[in-house]
Design a protein around this ligand. Structure first.
Ligand code: 26W
Length: 802
């Protein structure tokens, strides 16, 4: 296989010299007086130097060949740490470890010292990060465009069991993986008005900022190719106002700077309900406009005819957050490049693709026409006219329309301005056709397609789970890292007792490591032979952490009554942040922590059940928890989780799933086999039907002794003796406003959990099923997902010749 760089790997001594070089010449530190930070930075710069080769080569080849480019526009990139990922993809992990050891440094300590780049909320942001790495591995000439937030997703800590947020400040230390690109800067306007000049609309912005670029290379597996993540920072367009400063009006003097920086100051921490704030709309336009200006500048440096843009450029919108791209691309083509209306619309539509990641009505962005009209007056004009064109071209039912009830529906705008729209799992894409875009689907029956999500096996297996990865390499060779379908060859080993032993040993080693970390960081003693039952994801009612919490209480209650009944010991892990303003989710966090405090202090069940909720769940913590999981909790109300990606990561790391027929759970179960999956609960259709019975919760509770006991204990303050009525609201909602059918699914969930208990007591059967889960989940590689986008949406070939 030819790699663009095709260069030999540096030796231990060469890398050791490089690290010492950077320590001395880049950090101006002498090895004897260097902190862990210094060693991390020097090591990062040494690795970064190795990333430049494939990066330059990929960039050069793309220019030389005039290859079609892919641009991924996203308000979020949940990257995590980069040092170890870069080492793994460059095949330098052992080499660096040896080089550092020779200098008395421990690689794992240096890796731990790196802050997560938490530039995202959850699934959508992490998917974007996995896609960048997969595009670099598959060989797609790709750029990601986003915002260089000074503050990523908030830090979570618990005070009295309640979530408290503090600002995240990953940039308080220099970030070694970015290159400032001050030459790549664009003016972005806001407000003002648009006027007709010689029959042409011209926008006169009321305020402007400068978007300045920072580039981070993302190398693929074996350093054969690389993609670029370009993040924009806000800078003032006006000079520092010295005169005002000299007149002592310091704040006014600094105002332009402050205003500009607010655009890239902080990530909005909502992952379902749009904040609907003006600053958020400005952030979305800021990122999108800078990206499109940069894309057209690069395009025109290679090609002359803008009408051919769709032949050479594919732009993917990561949800509606960059949906202003439709009107903005048309504005640039018309107002700055004199293209006609119809041609500009056709060119834009042929270039754009839109991915929908949620069906939750409250998550669909709608901007008031007033706000859109005041912040982006020219775009409001263009949106109106796009809507009129669409109305003229299609006999539309009243429900269809971008502008309705004084709101701009960004979903409809993205749909109408894209040549392809996709959902993120087979079930979700069908539900998108039947619900959120039902009428538009009728008008454009071939526009919606499906691209089931995936995850990168480099970070989520080879990096996170070296124990399993080494076992796979020894058993089926290491080809799986580039082509995850190779896992299929593992299938026969499920029947091999010796292999099952080794597989179980790898899992147990990860569980022992996690138990040590839980002891060190939380002082909780957990048994590594207990079943590690893990639910890690953002806190949201539809994800039903509450159902898991209710089952935990019921299990504890039953264990207490018959502690010697041969219960399967369990450790329940929870991990996840709630949006700061999401009161109900924060109450669920409080209850889980109150339940954990009570159960973990109970001597009767101490050896049978523990509940662990480490604060500040993030990418790096996921990498620590997932390899140690036995049971993966994917228990959302059917029809609500668009796909899920944690479910894929846990399956690929040998966990069995307990889940509903929702999102990608459906495809996981189809591939791993129904008898290797703990299914429970209503289907998406079943949910709609059951909801029609307004007493569905009360009836279910009255039918379930277990659930009634649980609610009784909670309402009595069993878990909040210091405030017995703390959860009266929560219990009332469980009886009367159980929108996500926690009660209706409780008993079947309980049964499924007991089935998991029983299987866990027969390790041979458990491990055989776990091995089959790994062997049959190669489909969930984000490389396969990217190849789907390349074929179905972007029409882009790989730049790598195999
Ligand atoms: C504007 C507020 C906001 C911010 C983010 C979002 C995202 C769409 C929420 C999200 O992360 N969705 C998740 O996307 C994953 C990747 O496709 C899916 O696997 C998850 O099922 C979906 O919830 C919605 C609304």
């Amino acid at each position: 296989a030819s790699s663009v760089s095709g260069l030999a790997r540096p030796t231990v001594d060469a890398l050791r010299a490089k690290i010492l070089h950077h320590l001395e010449y880049t950090l101006a530190k002498d090895a004897g007086h260097s902190s862990r930070y210094d060693w991390r930075m020097a090591t990062s710069f040494a690795i970064r130097d190795e990333m430049l080769k494939p990066w330059f080569a990929a960039t050069r080849q793309t220019y030389d060949t005039g290859a079609k480019r892919v641009y991924y526009l996203s308000m979020e990139f949940l990257i995590g740490r980069l040092l170890e990922d870069a080492m793994i993809n460059l095949g330098l992990h052992e080499t660096i470890a040896a080089a550092l050891a020779a200098e008395g440094q421990t690689l794992s300590d240096i890796i731990e010292d790196e802050p997560d780049a938490a530039l995202g909320n959850g699934g959508l942001g992490r998917l974007a990060a996995c896609f960048l790495e997969s595009m670099a591995t598959v060989g797609v000439p790709a750029h990601g465009y986003g915002i260089r937030y000074e503050h990523g997703l908030f830090r979570q800590r618990f005070e009295g069991g309640q979530q408290v947020e503090t600002p995240e400040d990953w940039l308080s230390q220099p970030h070694p993986w970015e290159f400032a690109r001050p030459e790549a800067a664009y003016i972005v306007g806001f407000k003002g008005h648009s006027e007709l000049r010689r029959g042409k609309s011209v926008w006169v912005p009321g305020e402007t900022v400068k978007a300045s670029a920072y580039d981070t290379p993302v190398v693929g597996w074996q350093g054969k190719w690389a993609s670029t993540l370009r993040l924009w920072a806000g800078l003032p367009t006006t000079q520092f106002d010295l005169e005002r400063f000299n007149n002592g009006d310091y704040t006014a003097a600094a105002a332009p700077e402050a205003l500009a920086r607010t655009l890239s100051r902080v990530l909005y921490p909502d992952d379902t309900t749009p904040a609907g704030k003006e600053l958020r709309l400005k952030q979305e336009y800021f990122m999108t406009s800078a990206a499109l200006q940069d894309i057209l500048r690069r395009y025109q440096s290679q090609f002359s005819t803008l009408a051919d843009l769709p032949k050479h450029v594919a732009i993917q919108l990561n949800d509606t957050h960059p949906a202003i791209a439709g009107p903005e691309l048309m504005r640039l083509l018309m107002d700055q490049h004199d293209m006609g209306w119809d041609e500009a619309q056709t060119v834009a539509r042929a270039t754009l693709g839109y991915t929908n990641h949620t069906l939750l009505p409250e998550a669909l962005e709608r901007w008031s026409t007033y706000l859109m009209g005041s912040v982006l007056p020219r775009h409001m004009e263009i949106i109106q006219r796009i809507d009129e064109d669409h109305a003229k071209a299609h006999k539309r039912p009243p429900s269809v329309g971008i502008v309705q009830h004084n709101e701009v529906k960004m979903g409809d705008l993205a749909f109408i301005m894209s040549h392809k729209v996709n959902g993120v799992s087979a079930l979700h894409s069908e539900l998108v056709k039947e619900t959120v875009f039902h009428d538009l689907h009728k008008l454009h029956p071939d526009r919606i397609t499906n691209e089931t999500n995936g995850v990168t096996p480099r970070r989520w297996m080879r990096l996170s789970n070296p124990a399993l990865s080494t076992l796979l390499d020894e058993t089926i060779g290491e080809g799986w890292t580039r082509d995850l379908d190779h896992l299929k060859t593992l299938e026969p080993f499920a029947q091999d007792a010796a292999f099952r032993e080794k597989f179980a040993a790898a899992k147990r080693a990860n569980k022992v490591a996690l138990a040590g970390w839980v002891q060190d960081t939380m002082g909780i003693d957990i048994n590594p032979d207990a079943m590690f039952d893990i639910q890690i994801k953002r806190l949201h009612e539809y994800k039903r952490q509450l159902l898991n919490c209710f089952e935990t209480i019921a299990l504890w209650h039953n264990m207490r009554q018959t502690p010697d009944a041969g219960w399967t010991p369990r450790v329940k892990f929870f991990g996840g942040k709630s949006a700061p303003g999401y009161f109900v989710a924060k109450e669920i966090i409080h209850l889980i922590n109150d339940v954990a405090r009570t159960i973990n202090a109970d001597p009767v069940t101490g050896h049978l059940l523990k509940v662990v909720y480490p604060p500040n769940y993030n990418v790096s913590m996921a990498q620590r928890l997932i390899p140690a999981a036995d049971l993966s909790e994917q228990i959302s109300t059917a029809g609500k989780e668009a796909s899920g990606t944690g479910n894929m990561k846990l399956t690929l790391n040998g966990a069995l799933t307990i889940g509903t027929l929702d999102g990608a759970n459906v495809e996981i179960r189809d591939l791993v086999g129904a008898d290797n999956f703990f299914l429970f609960g209503l289907t998406a259709d079943g949910v709609e039907k059951r909801r029609k019975n307004i007493n569905h919760a009360r009836e279910a509770i009255e039918d379930s002794q277990n659930l009634r006991d649980v609610l009784q204990m909670i309402v009595e303050g069993r878990f909040s003796p210091e405030e017995p009525d703390r959860y009266h609201g929560l219990v009332d909602r469980a009886w009367h406003h159980d929108h996500y059918l926690v009660a209706a699914d409780f008993d079947s969930y309980w049964e499924a959990q007991r089935a998991a208990d029983a299987l866990y007591r027969t390790p041979q059967d458990w491990n055989r099923k776990a091995i089959l889960n790994v062997a049959r989940s190669g489909f969930f590689s984000s490389d396969r997902t990217i190849r789907g986008y390349m074929a179905d949406i972007w029409d882009v070939p790989s730049a790598l010749k195999d």
